[in-house]
Write a protein that binds this ligand. Sequence first.
Ligand code: BTN
Length: 328
Amino acid sequence: MDRPLHIIRLLADGECHSGAAIAAHLGVSRTAVWKALRKVAEDLDLTIIAERGRGYRLPAPLELLDPQRILTALSPEAQAKIQRLEIYDNIDSTNSRLMREAAEGAPSGTLCLAERQTAGRGRLGRGWVSPFGANLYLSLLWRFPFGPTGMAGLSLAAGAAVADALRAAGADDIALKWPNDVLWQRRKLAGLLLEVAGEAHGPAYVIAGVGVNTHLEPDQGAAIDRPWVDLDQVLGRGTCSRNALAAGVAGALISAMERFAREGLTPFLAAWERYDLYRGEQVEVQWGRQRVRGTHLGLDAQGALRLDTGTGIETFQAGEVSLRPAGG
Ligand code: BTN
């Protein structure tokens, strides 16, 4: 373990640690402690509070990611499907990382998590706010024997799986906004970014990236251009274990990938409809520069969104359409 993370592991309990204790822990001088703390705060964009005469602490305790805790919280079936588990302290994006690894032949079932992303990516070219030691940034590489066209609707299946995992973690009132925004009381709690590559007629693979807000400071949330919420607000501060959540989301995604490979989108449609937030409502669909208004009629069998525009029914394919309540 390198020194920065060594320090963070010591401070993760949220308690105040004296300079002398930190120095002894790291086996360095007290001047080196101050330098190391400054560097770690800078590198990870973290606040470390210095309390005069007492020492140093984080603003709040952190539950850092722990491979053993994640693996043991998974069912034996899901564990057996994980071929590689990678946890990074600081990475550009877990999706970008797995895209690079997949191109070099990484196996299906590679799971990648990070404490922090410096270039977290959202749908439609947006960024994803990814501070250190909070939230969940998780990507799964899954390979399919068929080509990308057979994977249409996979992002909906994955969205329903993540919604199930969040409900299982105790968040009631979860809803989905097409294609796969996960909302709690109409505020964004989680999002998915699925990236597909491969041969037209197969094989192909997907990187399924999931971001879940567990704790965002108001200044971090200010960078998000829509209403948001985190699990601390939904469940109560500190109630949600990041490691348990990582296992819950990974397990749900793995079983969704396996089921989708066998049965396609059909078995996920009923669950998706139960979570469907906007069905029957007046909405506006944006497609590039085009905006179309109408009544949200739900999904067709391929997962496309059906809209009654008043002059006919239009369908929109998964993946590139954003949706807002009309007038909203
Ligand atoms: C969205 O716009 O709703 C999708 C957000 C997806 C964010 C996750 S965080 C883990 C993975 N790595 C990324 O860079 N993005 C996804």
